[in-house]
Ligand binder design. Structure first.
Ligand code: ADP
Ligand code: ADP
Length: 235
């Protein structure tokens, strides 16, 4: 069934005369793993921002057309309410980590939502275990390796139990081995927990084998949308 549906979605950042997203009609099914590809500046990050409501709310600008989550328009969710269903991590985890300790960082979003203590501890322990962070729980986030920071960033979002995970180039700053470890964890979230994943990645060799589908953008439009093997031939 439908997880996300965009219909003729067009978006302009403030004071720009070319749309960053140009008349996109595009859907994602529940439980799909989609890789979002395309050259720098084609609109990948903007599309993720549109899916979790950062544009237009946070960036301003003009939007036309519609975006829906499970049939409900994103604009009908209360302020930032969509972020509980559609979680997002950013290319640079440094910008996302706000607390000094790993465990505090993972609990932070739940504290904001006023999740009761017992439930909060249970969820934090669960995600720390899934991401193999339990032994690092008292570590300072500033002292973590790049891969560990990325894991904490993803774990913090997963503690909120979203239905959809949006990942903006999660492995761009990592060595190949660490990158594969992170991507394998993302694949397990998708397969074992049924999380819908939309992942932006430059290094397609790292992710094509994990994806159900590839959507490639160019100049704010969708240039290819189909199976990964077809994309490999097309590219
Ligand atoms: P990406 O790797 O996603 O292409 P960029 O390096 O292009 O990211 O952008 C980094 C930051 O600068 C982002 O927050 C983005 O919104 C902002 N940015 C990118 N292009 C512009 C622009 N033309 N005007 C203002 N801000 C921009
Ligand atoms: P990608 O993630 O594929 O590199 P982006 O979504 O970052 O592409 O950018 C799409 C277009 O929007 C680019 O032309 C970029 O310069 C522009 N852009 C991105 N962020 C901003 C911003 N904050 N303000 C103005 N223009 C932006």
């Amino acid at each position: 069934s439908s997880e996300i549906q965009l219909t003729n979605l067009t978006y302009y950042y403030p004071d720009t005369d070319r749309p960053a997203l140009n008349n996109l009609t595009w859907g994602v099914q529940r439980g799909e793993f989609v890789v979002l590809a395309g050259p720098s500046g084609c609109g990948k990050s903007t599309l993720l921002r549109a899916l979790n409501g950062l544009v237009p709310e946070f960036y301003g600008g003009k939007i036309a057309g519609s975006a829906a989550f499970r049939g409900k328009l994103l604009s009908d969710f209360p302020e930032r309410g969509i972020a509980r269903h559609i979680g997002m991590t950013f290319q640079d985890p440094e910008k996302q980590l706000v607390m000094t300790e790993v465990e505090r960082e993972i609990a932070f979003g739940l504290e904001n939502l006023r999740v009761p203590q017992v439930e909060m501890r249970r969820r934090v322990a669960e995600v720390m275990s899934f991401f193999d962070l339990t032994s690092l729980r008292r570590q300072k986030t500033a002292d973590l390796s790049g891969g560990e920071k990325q894991k904490v960033a993803i774990a913090s979002v997963m503690a909120l139990q979203p239905d959809v995970l949006l990942l903006d180039e999660p492995t761009s700053q990592l060595d190949p081995g660490t990158a594969q470890e992170i991507l394998d964890l993302v694949k397990r979230l998708n397969e074992e927990l049924g999380i819908t994943v939309i992942l932006v990645e430059q290094r397609l060799d790292r992710v094509l084998h994990l994806a159900d589908r590839v959507t490639a953008m160019y100049g704010g439009e969708i240039e290819y949308d189909g199976d990964p093997s077809g994309f490999a031939r097309h590219a």
